[in-house]
Design a protein around this ligand. Structure first.
Ligand code: CP3
Length: 340
């Protein structure tokens, strides 16, 4: 039994005493403790593949920031690697793939990953569950198929993801074949995370916002919906589709439990389009550059607007590495001390 199950109750729409709070990228460079652990590994990939180190940084934010959940330290790009497309993480630049997907042959050569290929994440989850000792829930995650597809075609980050979109427009059938393979791999992977102890899972569709509404439903939400159907009977599922506010209503028609919002949508509008789901978010990470009084004021406004129930407090995207750790702590404290 979890000692603090606020996140799970909120996700399921059950009564809570207060809103739970956690932060995207809470295990990251904002914490000097993270940087210290990271320096023990040769590089980012070795770090991700080391269950002991991954466990250590997963638990750091629970101890240091006092958040109501841990999120397993890993990356969404472990899926392309498990399917046969390895990546590198270039310092201060981001992900980079030596080989990208260009044609049917490349897609045929990719495998549907099973959990065995991602055993290091599964081990990290098992170890973290043990070390957490039921203090807070553990969040598992994966990239949404479209976002993973975008990296596999593009080979790196991009402002426009125009190569990936070119593929959608010129090779729609092949695009669906690749998205299907990613989807099946992701379902295998998330189910294994749940078997290993993940209490809730989140799908990150970080590049939802580069697609038109019509393209989004065809090439992204269809596949997200399949993953929700496979996972939601097991654990609560959160869908975070960055910059896709137009899709909030359609996302709420999937079997997910909660919807992650970025800061571009106000709570009232989001509630109107998704009255049956829990909402998560959505403070602008840049708010945490502001002075303390401003952080307190804006956070309280947000809490009042979302209300106590069916709400998970978070940022609208991940923490930036140069945000002051004390300001992050302040944000968490404001949520925990708020009188509803
Ligand atoms: O605390 C957590 O949120 C859990 C850990 C986590 C990481 N990546 C660790 C990480 C999670 C949930 C992710 C997801 C992820 N990875 C996404 C989706 C969420 C989002 O931000 O939109 C995406 C698009 C990626 C791909 C990725 N990984 C990029 C573009 C980068 C480079 C950007 C950067 O911040 O340097 C990464 C690297 C990465 N993944 C870091 C961390 C902590 C920073 C690497 C480092 O330690 O130097």
């Amino acid at each position: 039994m979890l000692k603090n199950d606020l996140l799970l109750r909120a996700a399921k729409g059950l009564e809570v005493e207060r809103a739970p709070v956690w932060l995207m990228r809470q295990a990251g460079r904002v914490l000097p403790e993270y940087r210290a652990t990271r320096s023990k590994a040769k590089n980012f990939i070795e770090f991700v593949k080391n269950p002991e180190l991954a466990c250590e940084v997963t638990i750091q934010p629970v101890d240091i920031l006092n958040v109501d959940a841990a999120i397993i330290f890993s990356d969404i790009l472990v899926i392309p690697e498990a399917m046969g497309l390895p990546y590198q993480m270039i310092e201060s630049k981001g992900p980079w793939f030596e080989h990208t997907v260009k044609n049917k042959n490349d897609i045929d050569n990719l495998i549907i990953a099973d959990a065995e290929k991602l055993n290091y994440v599964i081990k990290a989850i098992q170890l973290t569950k043990k070390e957490l000792d039921n203090r807070v829930p553990l969040i598992g995650f994966a990239g949404a198929p479209w976002t993973i597809f975008a990296y596999m075609i593009e080979g790196s980050g991009s402002k426009t993801f125009s190569k990936a979109k070119q593929f959608l427009y010129t090779q729609p059938e092949l695009s669906h074949q690749l998205l299907e393979k990613i989807t099946l791999s992701t379902i295998n992977y998330l189910k294994a995370q749940v078997s290993a102890g993940a209490d809730i899972v989140q799908l990150f569709d970080s590049w939802a916002g580069v697609l038109s509404e019509k393209m989004y439903y065809e090439f992204s939400l269809n596949y997200i919906s399949k993953i929700c159907d496979a996972l939601s009977p097991l654990v609560p599922v959160t869908v975070f589709a960055k910059d896709a506010h137009y899709a909030t209503q359609k996302i709420s028609e999937t079997s997910c439990h909660s919807i992650g919002l970025d800061w571009t949508m106000n709570p009232e509008t989001a509630r109107k389009f998704s009255s049956n789901k829990t909402l998560q978010g959505n403070a602008d990470p840049c708010l945490l550059y502001a002075e303390e009084s401003k952080i307190i004021e804006e956070t309280q406004i947000m809490l009042r607007a979302f209300g106590k129930n069916r709400y998970i407090c978070n940022l609208g995207h991940g923490l930036y590495p140069d945000i002051d750790k004390q300001k992050v702590k302040l944000f968490v404290d404001v949520v925990k001390e708020f009188t509803w």
